[in-house]
Design a protein around this ligand. Structure first.
Ligand code: S3P
Length: 447
């Protein structure tokens, strides 16, 4: 259990002009470790995100699933023994997934092709999140889950030595679901197919291409058909993780909303399934430039330069798979932008580390912002100026890192005093967030 702490924000931030470094991307870091464990030979991973979610994944692989992993001069060396090569004790193996939906779901893909039992459990927030998106596709390939019909963790998964390659239809726009099916397909004989109805982040597909897995992706209607022929040996790789655009989003918002500010960030992952929020922001007048685009380890990276901007309201009604993690901070931007912003079809936000629709609303209302939430819509009546006198935000974040960071930005930009609880959870995705805020001139105190 991590030591709990709160953060107090007491003052409005002054304008700044800085260059900052954002830590490595969480999705790519988790995939790099998991896939390296399935390769033959020593893979070397640079700029791995050293956050609680990723380090928990490293620890489970090392200490529970028998994968040798060593950090030498900031580079993670993963000694892979090939497909289905995890080593574990005969009776039920316990796997703690912490706060990480991505690790919990992707690792199930790898466990589903091992004829053994694994008991998966997470922290309070993880144990409330939907797991039918894992059990349904994996039951189809022949894995079992106990207790049967339970929808959340803790759960026991029993994998199979005879996995069946199947055709899966992915309707949620979830990269975790797509990823876990691909992880399972790696050790399944024959061709597994996924009809991706709604586009979501495609790091698993790009990674598998980079390491020469037998994977094909072709466009189909509004999405893709992805097919993977399993049981092909994969070999060790070198990989450098780009900086996380979803973490950068918080600092981008801070810059846009702090008049007279400028920010430069290099080596940000600019995969088009990840920077859609920048397109949304540019459409509403944000002064954001992406330059020096180039490929790094099969992914696009670039430099992002942001200037504070006077924005227009945001209207979104499309598939959220491409900007799901940026919605809480987009709500803050909408709240501080004059006019009515409308976010439609965002119901899956309820299934994140917390019910992000409800938790965001609670915070905005304390700041005096009117907002309406229905089953899958959020309407925000944004205001440019907020009277900070006699107002106070108390964010009881339910262990949700992105709600903590969104509340911090709201408070820094408006000068509304805030107390944000359970701040330790920010370490799951953005270690160094508070140091970055202080470096930009923000006055924050930990308690
Ligand atoms: C992730 C996919 C997204 C995202 C999460 C990371 C991934 O979740 O919210 O932070 O790495 O595959 P969903 O697949 O539930 O949309």
């Amino acid at each position: 259990m991590k030591k709990k702490f709160s953060v107090l924000v007491k003052e409005k931030i002054n304008k700044f002009n800085k260059k900052i470094k954002i830590p490595g991307d969480k999705s790519c870091s988790i995939r790099a470790i998991l896939l390296a464990s399935q390769c033959l030979g020593v893979s070397k991973i640079k700029n791995l995100l050293e956050s609680d979610d990723v380090l928990n994944c490293v620890n489970v692989l090392k200490n529970v699933l028998g994968v040798k992993i060593i950090k030498k001069n900031d580079i993670y060396h993963v000694y892979g023994n090939g497909l289905n090569s995890f080593r574990f004790k005969k009776n039920i193996t316990k796997i703690y997934v912490g706060n990480s939906g991505t690790f919990a779901r992707l690792v199930c893909g790898l466990l589903s092709t091992l004829p053994a039992k694994f008991y998966l459990y997470g922290d309070q927030s993880m144990n409330k999140r939907d797991f039918t998106r894992v059990t349904e596709p994996l039951k189809k390939i022949g894995a079992f889950f106990y207790p049967t019909n339970k929808k959340t963790l803790p759960l026991t998964i029993e994998g199979t030595s005879m996995p069946l390659s199947q055709k899966h239809i992915e309707k949620k726009g979830s990269a975790q679901v797509k990823g876990l099916i691909l992880m399972s397909a790696l050790s399944s004989p024959g061709i597994t197919t996924i009809e991706e109805k709604k586009i979501s982040r495609n790091h698993s597909e790009l990674f598998l291409k980079k390491i020469n897995a037998d994977i094909k992706v072709r466009k189909f209607k509004k999405g893709n058909i992805i097919s993977l022929r399993g049981q092909k040996n994969l070999y060790n790789f070198n990989y450098t993780v780009g900086s996380d655009p979803s973490s950068a989003a918080f600092i981008i918002a801070l810059t846009l909303l702090t008049p007279g500010s400028k920010l430069v960030m290099h080596n940000i992952l600019c995969n088009e399934t990840r920077v859609f929020f920048l397109k949304i922001l540019k459409k509403v007048n944000a002064n954001i430039k992406i330059s020096n685009l180039r490929k790094l380890s099969g992914e696009l990276i670039g430099t992002i330069t942001v200037h504070s901007s006077k924005l227009k309201p945001i209207v979104i009604s499309k598939n959220i798979g491409k900007f799901v993690d940026e919605l809480p901070i987009l709500f803050v931007i909408a709240a501080l932008t004059k006019g009515v912003s409308v976010f439609k079809n965002i119901g899956d936000l309820k299934n994140k580390e917390s019910d992000r629709l409800l938790e965001s609303k609670k915070i905005l209302i304390q700041a005096g912002i009117k907002c309406k939430v229905t089953k899958d819509t959020m309407i925000i009546y944004g205001r440019e100026k907020i009277e900070s006198k006699n107002k106070f935000i108390l964010a009881k974040t339910k262990g949700d890192h992105r709600i903590c960071m969104s509340a911090t930005i709201l408070s820094l930009v408006t000068g509304l005093k805030a107390k944000i609880n359970n701040y330790e959870t920010v370490n799951t995705s953005f270690p160094g967030f508070l140091t970055t805020i202080k470096n930009l001139g923000g006055k924050v105190v930990t308690k």
